[in-house]
Write a protein that binds this ligand. Structure first.
Ligand SMILES: CC(C)(COP(=O)([O-])OP(=O)([O-])OC[C@H]1O[C@@H](n2cnc3c(N)ncnc32)[C@H](O)[C@@H]1OP(=O)([O-])[O-])[C@@H](O)C(=O)NCCC(=O)NCCSC(=O)C[C@@](C)(O)CC(=O)[O-]
Length: 273
């Protein structure tokens, strides 16, 4: 898989083949604590769209190089943009909104690996992943108000991940919260002792995900979006009945059920892959 290079500057986003069916999207700007600017946002979108379209990728890992996951938006970029018109700022922030949306709705499971600090927009990146592992020393902060800003674009995802109650506090206080607190709030699924433990846990999760039908995982992710925050009325009841009916008559549903009944492992991925 090719690297994502859109400028001649050092590659800030890399794609890394980790294992069969598993591609890592790696933020690679450790000297600036993996802060992302407009160029890196474009690189991230391109990388995510590439792995989404890649038939050989079934699981995506979002991670970064260095001591910290990410310091969020590049403050030099934010400062530069402040000299531009409101319209230019609107066009610019829509790109970050697009990144969050692409990541959140990726058609494949995304595992986020968080070490060190995840500040500002980086909390949004974590909130858009399906499974988040963090090291014991990871720390989180919605630091925007300290800079006179707000966590606007990331807010829909972060509020869903940590809940309105915690958002009310941490959006306005900009207090740092620990990996354990993040786990308690629901942003992080598991806290691991250190980075090696996080890698081992990630490998276990990858084995677990490899047992599951890729199309079923995609449909399961869509299902969460379809039923969340909806009144359980006739529309939702009909929609969910149609979804399981579609899956049952589909290729993967048949393969999964046949495999179980014949006491064999399901063969989801064609041998050529
Ligand atoms: C992450 C720690 C704790 C690491 O703490 P540390 O390891 O002690 O690192 P440091 O603070 O010494 O920084 C190392 C280098 O990284 C740079 N750096 C560091 N962060 C940034 C940044 N964001 N943008 C640009 N550069 C950054 C920093 O300027 C320095 O560069 P050097 O002086 O060596 O050339 C610390 O660096 C820190 O607190 N950084 C600021 C984090 C922050 O407040 N981020 C919020 C960004 S605003 C945002 O994300 C807005 C958004 C997206 O949410 C809006 C929306 O949702 O609509």
């Amino acid at each position: 898989m090719e690297d994502i290079a859109m400028t001649d500057q050092e590659l800030a986003v890399r794609l890394n083949h980790r294992a069969k069916g598993v591609t890592e999207v790696v933020l690679n700007r450790p000297d600036k604590r993996n802060a992302f600017d407009d160029v890196i946002i474009q690189q991230l979108i391109k990388a995510l769209e590439q792995v989404d379209a890649d038939n050989n990728t079934h699981v995506v890992i979002l991670r970064s190089e260095g001591k910290h996951f990410s310091a969020g938006a590049d403050l030099g970029w934010m400062r530069r943009m402040a000299d531009n018109s409101r319209q230019e700022n609107l066009d610019d922030s829509r790109q970050l909104a697009r990144l969050m949306n692409v990541l959140n709705h990726l058609s494949k499971p995304v595992i986020g690996l968080v070490q060190g600090a995840a500040f500002g927009g980086a909390v949004g990146l974590a909130a858009c992943c399906d499974i988040v592992l963090a090291t014991e020393k990871a720390s989180f902060c919605l630091s925007e108000v300290k800079l006179g800003l707000i966590p606007a674009v990331i807010s829909p995802y972060v509020v869903r991940a940590i809940g309105e109650r915690q958002a009310r506090r941490y959006f306005i206080s900009a207090e740092v919260f620990t990996a354990r607190q993040a786990e308690h709030f629901g942003l992080v699924h598991e806290v691991c002792e250190d980075e090696s433990a996080m890698e081992r846990r990630c490998d276990e999760l990858l084995l677990q995900l490899a047992l599951n039908g890729p199309e079923a995982m995609k449909a399961a992710k869509d299902l969460v979006f379809a039923v969340s925050h909806k009144v359980i009325g006739q529309d939702v009841i009909d929609d969910t009945a149609q979804r399981i009916a579609d899956i049952r008559v589909g290729e993967e549903g048949q393969e999964g059920l046949n495999a179980f009944l014949n006491k064999r492992r399901a063969n989801w991925i064609p041998e050529s892959n």
